[in-house]
Design a protein around this ligand. Structure first.
Ligand code: SAM
Length: 219
């Protein structure tokens, strides 16, 4: 498939399955104006996240990689009443922007931004939320660290809970079919995909939407 054809298919997915409010449509353009990088999930991936959270009746969601709060807003809207999203972000510029968006969208009562690095915060959350205390973990931070996030995600997810990871198949400057060693993020994602697929505690699949979304159900 040519890149042009793939882009056209992704645009079709956003058009048909990515309906969103004006505020959501303008979130990333405003974030970019504020100096954030343009690396959020697409509208159709956001809607996919939302559907998955609803499907498992999510009450507690953990996200690694907040950016401007775009995916977080889709996740937060997928929560059951009274549920909460904890989203991890080390960059103050990103976290501050996201906080403003969550407040403006009326989601601040159910979203907490933890300012710090995934590798520091995820183990803390296992202690804090208890083993099996989380319904959905969404990974969208550093691809080379995905394999290290895995034991923490496994520990915090309840049976039937979902591990979801963006960029399972690509990340703008790399694709998973590039040669091994050509990009550290490619190799991190490849290692992570294979670890999850081989992990008896997960039942895993990967959807080639946009840059690839891995979905694995905790056994
Ligand atoms: C791809 S963006 C997240 C996009 C967001 N999930 C969305 O779709 O709207 C990755 C984010 O991870 C943050 N990040 C960088 N290093 C991190 C780390 N070690 N732990 C957690 N997040 C990190 C970046 O600052 C950036 O905001």
């Amino acid at each position: 498939m040519t890149p042009e054809r793939w882009h056209a298919i992704c645009a079709y997915l956003d058009d048909v399955f990515g309906e969103q409010s004006e505020r959501m449509a303008s979130l990333m353009p405003r974030a970019v104006e504020a100096g954030l990088p343009d690396i959020a999930v697409s509208a159709s991936v956001g809607h996919f996240l939302h559907v998955l959270c609803k499907a498992v009746g999510a009450r507690t969601i953990v996200e690694a990689g907040t950016l401007g709060g775009y995916s977080g807003a889709w996740l937060a809207r997928g929560l059951e009443p009274g549920g909460r999203l904890i989203t991890i972000e080390p960059e103050a510029l990103h976290a501050d922007f996201a906080q403003g968006e969550f407040e403006a969208m009326g989601l601040a009562d159910r979203v907490e931004i933890r300012r710090g690095y995934g590798m520091d915060i995820l183990p803390q959350l296992v202690d804090e939320l208890g083993p099996g205390g989380v319904d959905v973990v969404f990974l969208d931070a550093i691809k080379t660290e995905y394999p290290e996030y895995l034991p923490h995600a496994r520990a915090m997810l309840r049976p039937g809970g979902l591990l979801i990871a963006d960029n399972a198949l690509g990340g703008g400057s790399w694709w998973i079919d590039n040669p091994e060693g050509s990009h550290e993020s490619r190799d991190g994602a490849d290692r992570f995909n294979r670890m999850v697929a081989a992990d008896e505690q997960f039942d895993a699949a990967c959807v080639p939407i946009r840059e690839g979304v891995l979905v694995a159900r905790r056994v």
